[in-house]
Design a protein around this ligand. Structure first.
Ligand code: PEP
Ligand code: MG
Length: 584
């Protein structure tokens, strides 16, 4: 913590970008509300159970209302998380089990509910992996909601003043989902990784979020004016007039620039013909396709299919259920091509609803394509559903986290065999559907010459490529400062992948977060990338950068960056260059 006059400067982990100014408002989760505990007579049981059922149905109504509001806002990812909570309300554990307990324990509903949920939460705590930690947050979130209906108190987000900067030890998804952009300026928390549900919601709404801050220290400043820079992770409490003015200008500038940009770009032909660059959208559900369309993406470069089935047991996702959804995606995308990524289950994305054995190191364990090759029933259902949908639109398929040519061939042959079966059954499929692979691990990058012979295209997943090349967990806030996109090894690997793909006439997409940062656009172009895929919200900024870039200069710039020996030197050169380009 650094004090400048009265200003207090803090530094946290940036989770969702943008600048916000507001008053600090704390959401207390330290103490559980005191609830009454008493015994009931047998003849009171029915009344207690009916109170419980009412609380469940009111919780359901809240969630449905919240979901409607989220889809109006166009935050589809958030809406699918709330969908998970609605499904959880129907779980027999929440319905019949608790009712049985009320009958057998002869205690009032809230005390039975709290003690059963407490036991249930303990089970999740013992599972150390990220996925179970996220589910624990979902369970806590839902049980608080039910409890509030059983025993209403004044807590909740309704009383939050306008322009509040909400601070909590840890945010649950409903906090971020219920917050509307017009009321909540930003989120600050002590715990929270970049891939938590609360983070996904904040990002999809465009609300700045900084995590990894000390809650107890912030608590002392409740009500103070505070500035949040969600891009750098800087937080300033009690800013001076001068600091305030500076950040207000940055904030206004970002907003004005965005609005002006959207207007300017509206009338421009989309394709930067002279550069030959195409911009695609990364999406995770059907409603995101609307955002991709409104940002005029030229296709869906990455459809993260696993996000479509967040609430299901992955072993029970049927072919038919998938086929219906993929068809909706294709229809909604209309003429736009869609690249579906096969399920990327495991590691930080979890193995939904399954009792899959816990692994000592899930990031290096049975995830993504490895998992699919092991669990052929799950794989086959998805392949059949996707191939059946392929006749209705322009589709591409790709495998996540491919390790090498052998693994790619195994996976691709599996798809071709399923295609043969479908044809034998008399079904129509797109026989020439392109099948590509993501390059996300160094072994694939280093053997991309071999892979390029077999794969129809490459898509570089820079989020994982960084994680595995630098050995830095992408979701761990403690090592975020070591997660360097501008590391010399990353630049070299990208160049190698592009050269190997080019030699075999194959296209290379970049679909990791790197593609969404205007800072890296020129460098990626200079390294030979012509297809970028990022979250729809970032597309206008990338398009804007493209207007300022000359390909010859970009090539020279990339060659210069490749000659530098440290991340610091590369970062500095990129920042300087970005300033030059954007000041024109
Ligand atoms: C990546 O790793 O860069 C990527 C796009 O995939 P995901 O973030 O879904 O792992
Ligand atoms: Mg990945």
């Amino acid at each position: 913590m650094k004090n400048v006059d009265n200003e207090i400067h803090l530094s946290g982990t940036p989770i969702s970008d943008g600048v916000a100014i507001g008053r600090l408002y704390l959401i207390s989760q330290d103490e559980q509300p005191l609830i009454p505990e008493f015994s009931i007579e047998k003849d009171q049981v029915d009344k207690e159970i009916s109170r419980y059922r009412n609380a469940l149905s009111s919780s359901r109504e809240d969630l449905i209302q919240l979901q409607g509001f989220l889809s109006d806002e166009g935050t589809g990812e958030a809406s699918s998380i709330i969908d998970t909570h609605i499904q959880m309300l129907e779980d027999p554990f929440i319905t019949t089990f608790i009712e049985k307990k009320i009958r057998s324990q002869l205690q009032n509903t809230e005390s039975v509910f709290r003690s059963v949920m407490g036991e249930y939460e303990k089970k999740f705590v013992t599972r150390g992996d990220q996925y179970f930690q996220q589910r624990l947050i979902d369970v806590k979130d839902l049980s608080c909601r039910i409890l509030k209906h059983l025993y209403p108190t004044n807590e909740g987000t309704q009383h939050i003043p306008f322009h509040a900067v909400l601070c909590a030890k840890e945010f649950v998804p409903s906090h971020t989902a219920e917050a509307c952009v017009s009321k909540v300026s930003a989120f600050l928390s002590e715990i929270g990784g970049a891939t938590s549900h609360a983070a996904l919601i904040a990002r999809s709404k465009g609300i700045p979020f900084v995590a990894n801050l000390n809650y107890v220290k912030l608590k002392k400043h409740e009500g103070s004016l505070i500035i949040i820079d969600g891009t750098s992770g800087k937080v300033i409490v009690n800013p001076s007039g001068e600091t305030l003015k500076k950040f207000q200008q940055i904030k206004d500038g970002i907003l004005e620039d965005y609005e002006q940009l959207i207007q300017e770009l509206e009338d421009e032909p989309f394709e930067q013909a002279d550069l030959g660059v195409k911009l695609f959208a990364n999406v995770a559900n059907i409603s995101d396709i609307d955002s991709a369309n409104s940002c005029r993406a030229q296709g869906i470069g990455l459809f993260r299919t696993e996000f479509l089935f967040l609430q299901d047991n992955l072993f029970e996702i049927s072919e038919e259920e998938q086929f219906e959804i993929y068809l909706q995606v294709i229809n909604k995308a209309s003429d736009l091509p869609v690249t579906f990524r096969f399920f990327d289950f495991g590691s930080d994305k979890g193995l939904y609803g399954s009792d899959y054995p816990e692994e000592p190191n899930p990031a290096l364990g049975c995830r993504a394509t490895r998992f699919l090759l092991k669990e052929k029933v799950v794989f086959e259902r998805q392949v059949r559903a996707l191939l059946r949908a392929s006749q209705y639109g322009k589709m591409k398929l790709m495998f996540p986290l491919i390790m090498d040519l052998e693994e790619f061939n195994l996976a691709k042959n599996f798809v071709l065999n399923v295609m043969g079966q479908l044809l034998a059954e008399g079904k129509t499929v797109d026989r020439s559907i392109p099948i590509g692979c993501m390059i996300e691990v160094p072994s694939a990058a280093l053997t991309s010459d071999l892979l390029a012979g077999a794969s129809d295209f490459f898509s570089i997943g820079t989020n994982d490529l960084l994680q595995y090349t630098l050995a830095v967990d992408r979701a761990n806030p403690i090592v975020t400062d070591l997660y360097y996109p501008a590391h010399p090894s990353i630049l070299r690997l990208i160049r190698l992948i592009v050269d190997n793909a080019k030699a075999k006439g194959k296209e290379v997409y970049v679909c990791g977060e790197m593609a969404s940062s205007p800072l890296f656009v020129e460098m990626l172009l200079g390294l030979g990338i012509r297809k970028l895929s990022c979250a729809p919200r970032h597309i206008p900024w990338t398009r804007n950068m493209l207007r300022k870039i000359d390909l010859e200069d970009a090539r020279e710039f990339a060659t210069h960056l490749l000659s530098l020996s440290s991340t610091e030197m590369i970062e500095e050169a990129i920042k300087k260059r970005h300033e030059e380009l954007t000041s024109v």
